[in-house]
Ligand binder design. Structure first.
Ligand SMILES: [Fe+2]
Ligand SMILES: [Fe+2]
Length: 185
């Protein structure tokens, strides 16, 4: 299994969900009611597909090797770059969830925090994905030895087999399609 190719395909699915989130926020901006159930699904996708499933592979299978084998450039790019951005993403989503709860309880002023955190997350992740697609992944495939790349690919195949047992991919792609129908431009 080509790990990098798979992760670039996952980026395309994540980008589709980012559009859903932006469209949902535009609806709120125009005065539509917040659908809490749909936001819960978006957050579920972001936490479990984008973060656990996708960032999980990056962090546990690829980025760890880059830090280990690619010297100061690897450390700078990964530890001080990509990993920090993964953490910022988690913070945005936590704050989005808090703001949604406050609005649900009746505090309308927190609507701006719903939009700010959701849109902030989409902008962060779009830039992050672009950096990985154009710089980080190609740096990894150029600089890591064939032996290590083979190992990453094998571990990715094992990771995917395990995820398939739980139906992770199908489940989240179904959520994506369902929400896309509702939140298209
Ligand atoms: Fe990443
Ligand atoms: Fe990524």
């Amino acid at each position: 299994m080509d790990s990098v190719k798979l992760m670039m395909e996952e980026h395309q699915n994540i980008l589709r969900m980012l559009e859903v989130v932006r469209n949902a926020c535009y609806g709120i901006y125009k005065g539509e009611d917040i659908c809490y159930e749909d936001f819960a699904k978006m957050i579920d996708f972001i936490r479990n597909y984008a973060d656990n499933h996708h960032h999980g592979k990056e962090e546990k299978l690829l980025f760890n090797r880059m830090v280990e084998h690619l010297g100061p450039v690897g450390t700078k790019l990964i530890t001080h770059g990509m990993m920090v951005e993964h953490d910022f993403g988690r913070l945005y989503i936590r704050e989005l969830e808090e703001a949604l709860e406050e609005v649900k309880k009746g505090d309308d002023t927190r609507i701006i925090d719903v939009i700010a955190n959701a849109v902030g997350y989409t902008n962060l992740l779009k830039r992050h994905i672009q950096k990985e697609d154009t710089v980080v992944y190609s740096f990894a495939t150029r600089q890591l030895s064939k032996e290590i790349i083979d190992q990453v690919n094998q571990e990715t195949a094992d990771f995917e087999a395990e995820a398939d047992k739980n139906g992770t991919r199908t489940h989240y792609l179904d959520i994506l399609e369902e929400l896309e129908k509702k939140y298209s431009k």
